[in-house]
Design a protein around this ligand. Structure first.
Ligand code: NDP
Length: 282
């Protein structure tokens, strides 16, 4: 039976450590500050932004929220971001995605200074990750790495198979696992024989967004399974991308949904914001 990796507990441990660091920084007149840019009123985005603000408050990080009308023009939004780039009180900036269709997401992400890009989505930060010299790394994959480190899982030489190739999860986690000396395969919707690839994996990262798509019987005996998927079922419950109960019969370690990867994501945002504040002070 698999050991369940308790993301909530690991995230709390991580946040406690960060809290002591924030207290230290405050005693040196440095209060980390995160600016969150929200355009429109997408209900899911409102929930995420609220959750981020709440954790900032708990941690003693200043959280500034900029809500813009859904019809804001591109130039105005970029101008607002440049203001935040030039504001020395603001250490981290994130633009809550998705943006309304008339806005160019790439241009908006590129407008955020790489030094304040606590989501790690700016091409400079993506490039730095690829060459193995990261500055800010995307929060969800970074949270996965911290979870695996906390569980003392040695990735060196391991066969890691990732299902999903998005810019926010699949691709960056591939680079991070490679940096940890895993042998990495990235799968996607055009991959042939996904099952065969998962079956040989020592480490499975599921980031597809399809409930229970990865069958428990595909999991290799003793594998580590990280389920990033968050899927709302018709009965209102949340499910991951992996058949949890069946996978538990074979995996050595597995993350649950909810309570696995999710809690780590916001903790990593706090970590990046603190790092940004320290870098800008030095
Ligand atoms: P995207 O929709 O951007 O990407 C999904 C990926 O899955 C794509 O690369 C797609 O392939 C691939 N895919 C789709 N169908 C299949 C299939 N049948 N076989 C193999 N691959 C397939 O999703 P995200 O990366 O943004 O998110 C993935 C999941 O993780 C979602 O459930 C999301 O809610 C969750 N998530 C959770 C977070 C957390 O903090 N817990 C944070 C971010 C995401 P292709 O590229 O070919 O289309």
């Amino acid at each position: 039976m698999a050991n369940i990796i308790d993301g909530k507990a690991v995230a709390q441990k991580f946040k406690n450590k960060l809290k002591s660091e924030i207290d230290f920084l405050k005693s040196h007149d440095l209060k980390p500050c995160l600016a969150v840019v929200l355009v429109g009123n997408n209900p899911a985005s409102l929930v995420y932004v609220k959750a981020k603000g709440k954790v900032c408050e708990e941690m003693g990080i200043t959280s500034l929220q900029y809500n813009f009308h859904k019809d804001i023009v591109q130039e105005e939004l970029l101008w607002q971001i440049y203001q935040l780039n030039n504001d020395p009180k603001v250490h981290g900036i994130l633009a809550q995605l998705p943006l309304p269709d008339h806005l160019d997401e790439e241009l908006v992400l590129e407008a955020i200074s790489p030094e304040k890009d606590v989501d790690g989505f700016h091409p400079v930060n993506v490039g730095r990750l690829v060459i193995g010299k990261p500055l800010f790394q995307p929060c969800t994959p970074l949270g996965i790495i911290k979870l695996l480190e906390d569980t003392n899982i040695d990735l060196s030489g391991k066969e890691a198979v990732i299902a999903g190739r998005s810019n926010i999860v699949g691709k960056p986690i591939a680079m991070m696992l490679l940096q940890k000396n895993a042998t990495v395969t990235i799968c996607h919707s055009k991959t042939l024989n996904l099952q065969e690839k998962i079956k040989r994996a020592d480490v499975v990262i599921a980031a597809v967004g399809r409930p229970n798509m990865i069958k428990g019987e595909w999991i290799k005996q003793g594998a580590v399974v990280v389920d990033v998927g968050v899927n709302r079922l018709d009965n209102g419950k949340l499910a991951g991308d992996v058949e949890f109960d069946e996978a538990c019969q074979r995996a050595a370690f597995i993350t649950p949904v909810p309570g696995g990867v999710g809690p780590m994501t916001i903790a990593m945002l706090m970590y990046n914001t603190i790092e940004a504040a320290k870098r800008q002070r030095l």
